[in-house]
Write a protein that binds this ligand. Sequence first.
Ligand SMILES: C[S@@+](CC[C@H](N)C(=O)[O-])C[C@H]1O[C@@H](n2cnc3c(N)ncnc32)[C@H](O)[C@@H]1O
Length: 395
Amino acid sequence: MDTASTSPSQRRLFFYVAPNASEREQQAAQFIASLLRRDKEAAWTEALGQMAELDSYEGAAICKVLGYNLRPEALPALECDSYHSTLLGPWSLEVIDSACYEELCERIAMRGKLESKHGEEAALQFEQECLAQGQPFVGKDDALVCFSTEGASLSLSTSGKMKPMLLDFEQVAYRQRLLRGGRLKEAVARACMQGLGERVRIFDATAGLGRESMILAHAGAQVFSFERQIPIWVILADALLRAQTSRFFPFTLPHLLPVGTIKDFAAFAAFATAGGAAKAATATAAETAAEAAAEAATEAATSAMPDVIYYDPMFPERESSALVKKEMVFFKKLIGADKDTVEFLEQAVALATKRVVVKRPSSAPQMVSAHVEPSHEVDGGQCRFDCYKPLNSAL
Ligand SMILES: C[S@@+](CC[C@H](N)C(=O)[O-])C[C@H]1O[C@@H](n2cnc3c(N)ncnc32)[C@H](O)[C@@H]1O
């Protein structure tokens, strides 16, 4: 594997499946890699094709697109080979074998030791030496995902002594918090759902580790989760697959969409409109084609829209917070701050029909743009949920 040939703007996601991983994890790894390997356009075409069969936008279609009906025989075998695809944006996926994995772990440990003993510069020098010699290395912008029996865990070479991050919804503390909560006990659920009736349809635009997607789903919402950072998406996809067969979560779990943002959803909405137009072609003589087309398009498009969009990006303010949790330190190293927050807030208020909710540190100012400002807020203790009225509010 030529690890030195990667351009600096490219980030590598090393992808390792331990030979002793359970069959379930091996299947999950294969499934997740096959989703990542697909060309983005092909993935959307397939998604749209499946929706065409259903003739309308349905959550079930999205589940199918994501392959939640896991069929191992349909999955391509993993190969130890580097792979580059447009789907991955700045990321290239490199499936590695056991020998390479051992080497990478050794070097991550060595880098961590150097950093804590001699500082960041010594660690960087070691990194550069490894790369110059063509040795595989998880550089400061790269990530390593390992599928073992416990699930998929994520390591960064810059996370020092921190253990790899494994996302496990079955963890006692997490599941107790989740299942103890009543429908609207959690502030995020009140902010997103209060006053909006049953089965609120929510897009969690920033799924991250999926905690809040799970809280909202447990509170009874129909949740669609979006995540654009591939390493995070991988461990979340894996954790959700495991949660599906867990006895602890007897409610409809969040549906994780293919890697991307709420902007990609526009493709679904456009399709729904096109589907409406197709329906119009078969309209009865009593209806004019134009009227039927307009009606069907509106119906299809609005049925595709979310009631609520929940937005919890990485803000720079979090970096200086003393309360920053281990996971957020990890996120900070991997992602940094999301710099396009105003753009996405504006996208969200244009897409949602009933409410947009933005999570903010409690001491941070509200997010404002020329077009929107919050209508009210919900206190979340150390954080605050700012609620905005969508531009085309259905309320
Ligand atoms: C603060 S974390 C979210 C934590 C999440 N609420 C949870 O409960 O675990 C922010 C996450 O959103 C992702 N993100 C930020 N902006 C995004 C966008 N516009 N579209 C998709 N994902 C985004 C980041 O990659 C990161 O994983």
